[in-house]
Design a protein around this ligand. Structure first.
Ligand SMILES: C[S@@+](CC[C@H](N)C(=O)[O-])C[C@H]1O[C@@H](n2cnc3c(N)ncnc32)[C@H](O)[C@@H]1O
Length: 241
């Protein structure tokens, strides 16, 4: 059994972890936004918003299946997936404004904020993923991605981890039976944590993770960071029962 940074056993931690805090993360801002970033948020973002009450109707063409990425960061993975799978509808979710701007700036050249053609198979939720999960219809998703979630390595912050016993029913409700939940992490505490949380639940099949990035998992900047620092990312594919 692994130890977290407080020295407590990870499995003890899973048994005793508090529920996630009620506080939801609204849009958050790092450094002051530049005028171009302000424009992207004011003009381009509204052109891409998902309506959680009608996720299929939010896309330019009704998608064959709906996928969700939680915490897309700079958007590398989301953009690679929509390019590789034009027939799906990807809902990409991120709270951090600088990340949202980073993805938007890759989609539109300067000056094209209002009228550049945007991908028909991408829609955004610029807010807490938990709010979106609570609003989406039952069984609407075929795939969910949670890549390199914030690890919250201290035991007293375990309640903030996205992989959390209380989150599993929310994810299970929106995933179809047979739907896939992909999780990657390079943080050893989080890796032990995922193993323990997923071995104590019955909603998902949870085979052991891969240690080499599987085909079809486009890399993000966190993969490069992990490998540079000598950490081995783990890649899980959980399947909704
Ligand atoms: C460590 S970064 C990884 C980003 C990206 N997945 C990647 O691999 O490059 C985690 C991201 O999740 C976002 N995030 C954390 N909690 C979130 C939540 N409840 N809803 C949406 N995004 C969230 C953070 O803002 C951050 O950008």
């Amino acid at each position: 059994m692994g130890k977290d940074r407080s020295g407590a056993g990870v499995e003890d931690g899973v048994r005793t972890v508090k529920p996630p805090p009620d506080r939801l993360y609204g849009r958050s801002r790092g450094h002051k936004l530049r005028p171009r970033q302000e424009l992207l948020l004011e003009v381009t973002l509204p052109r891409l918003l998902i309506d959680p009450d009608d996720p299929w109707g939010s896309f330019a063409v009704q998608p064959a299946s709906l996928w969700l990425e939680i915490g897309f960061g700079g958007g590398e993975h989301a953009l690679a997936q929509i390019a590789a799978f034009p027939g799906i509808g990807l809902i990409a979710c991120e709270v951090f404004e600088n990340g949202i701007c980073s993805l938007l700036s890759r989609l539109v050249p300067e000056g094209g904020e209002a009228d550049e053609t945007l991908p028909g198979n991408l829609r955004l939720w610029p807010d807490d993923a938990r709010v979106l999960l609570a609003k989406l219809p039952d069984g609407c998703l075929d795939r969910v991605f949670l890549l390199f979630p914030d690890p919250w390595p201290k035991a007293r912050h375990a309640k903030r981890r996205f992989v959390h016993p209380a989150m599993l029913p929310l994810l299970a409700r929106v995933l179809k039976p047979g739907g896939v939940w992909r999780v990657a992490s390079d943080d050893p505490t989080y890796q032990d944590w995922v193993r323990s949380v997923m071995s104590a639940q019955e909603l998902f099949d949870a085979p052991p993770p891969a240690e080499a990035r599987p085909m079809g998992w486009p890399p993000t900047r966190y993969v490069a960071k992990a490998l540079c620092a000598g950490r081995t990312p783990m890649y899980w594919t959980f399947v909704r029962r």
